[in-house]
Design a protein around this ligand. Structure first.
Ligand SMILES: *[C@@H]1O[C@H](CO)[C@@H](O)[C@H](O)[C@H]1NC(C)=O
Length: 366
């Protein structure tokens, strides 16, 4: 058997048979918000967290202008009573009135949230007022003429106290509707879920892998689990989106280098804690924006702990022809985690030249 044929035989053992592919359909009643079968959307939000974000957006459009107008009235003392009445009046119909909630699941989650946490939401608005919310921040004070603040102004944060984050205050602290990782972001970051306007976009995803399931030596991740496994995880995660069906050799070479580096970390108890290398099969999964793209080209990106909003891409994948050493260099350049950087450095110093620089594509035999 020629070595090329032998490699082929190994490769077929290496690339798993294709799994069932579900096409994820955006809910008809909420065409702008694709939901994966696990109930999470492209940001990793569950229905309760989505409902809280929709609630705060809708409330702010009405409440911030009214409160700012109330506080701007020269004669008014903007008494606690008057402001409280504004807040109460806005909260009562909040789940019914928003035009954005055509989705029954989200609307029900909103109603449940308000049944149990309405007072906490109101208290967050009072905290905002107490910290100076409702007065323009640009030094000019509130509008003296009592004219209405526009929705755009309300949303721009011009009336928010310095450092105020609505998402954190209401959806994190007051109601616990969103987990901490999601509640830390500004609300505006959730505005564009990549669906575009017009026709609902369909994201394909393989079925959810088993916990810790690996493929080709890497952690298996799908479009539907990308957010929880890569973005939300508090670790350095190198995510490789590959196309084994389109370029089996390129995939084989890249997977060999990435899989061997993963093993170098996994076999060391301290180093493996905060580090992972994940593989998404791009031929069956559409990783939603902002983390994926439509390009059918392989990518390797570091989603570094503490800096998940800024993935760093490997700029030249050399058609998958990567050595373990090049992968380790990439990790050292893009991670800010001492345990990861130190271990990668230690590996480059302590491993054999063959382990570090092996060019599997030049090998005559495996
Ligand atoms: C684990 O890695 C560290 C460097 O990150 C190294 O100092 C240590 O010796 C390694 N442990 C083992 C058992 O190889």
């Amino acid at each position: 058997m020629s070595s090329r044929l032998l490699l082929c035989a190994v490769l077929f053992a290496f690339v798993p048979r294709s799994r069932a592919v579900d096409v994820v359909r955006a809910n008809d009643r909420a065409p702008s918000n694709p939901i994966f079968p696990n109930g999470l959307d492209v940001f990793g939000r569950d229905a309760r967290c989505r409902a809280c974000h929709a609630l705060v957006n809708a409330l702010n459009e009405n409440l911030i202008p009214s409160i700012a107008a109330e506080r701007a009235k020269p004669a008014s003392r903007a008494t606690y009573g008057a402001l409280d009445a504004l807040i109460e009046a806005a909260l009562a119909p909040a789940c019914r009135l928003s035009a954005t909630w055509r989705d029954a699941t989200t609307r029900k989650a909103c109603e449940r949230l308000m049944e149990t946490r309405e007072d906490d939401v109101a208290a967050a608005y009072h905290r905002w007022i107490k910290r100076g919310g409702g007065s323009a921040r640009d030094g000019g004070g509130t509008r003296g003429d009592g004219s209405r603040v526009t929705v755009a102004e309300a949303r721009s944060g011009a009336y928010d106290p310095v450092g105020w984050n609505w998402n954190y205050e209401v959806c994190g602290r007051a109601t616990g509707a969103c987990r901490e990782q999601l509640a830390m972001h500004e609300l505006a970051e959730f505005d564009d879920d990549g669906a575009g306007d017009g026709e609902a976009r369909k994201y394909r995803s393989e079925q959810r892998p088993a916990d810790g399931e690996t493929v080709d030596g890497m952690l298996k991740v799908t479009a539907g689990t990308f957010h929880e496994a890569v973005v939300r995880r508090d670790a350095d995660v190198v995510a490789y989106v590959g196309f084994p069906k389109l370029d089996k050799w390129g995939h084989f070479y890249a997977a060999a280098a990435l899989g061997s580096v993963r093993e170098m970390f996994a076999s060391n108890e301290t180093a493996r804690e905060g580090f992972e290398i994940a593989f998404v099969d791009g031929t069956h999964n559409d990783v939603p924006p902002p983390y994926g793209s439509d390009a059918q080209a392989p990518t390797v990106a570091m989603f570094a702990a503490g800096n998940k909003n800024w993935p760093r891409y490997m700029t030249d994948m050399n058609d998958g022809k990567l050595t373990a050493f090049e992968v380790l260099q990439f990790i050292m350049r893009t991670s800010a985690k001492p345990s990861t950087v130190q271990h990668a450095h230690w590996l480059t110093q302590s491993l054999s030249q063959n382990a570090l620089h092996r060019r599997i594509w030049d090998d005559d035999e495996l």
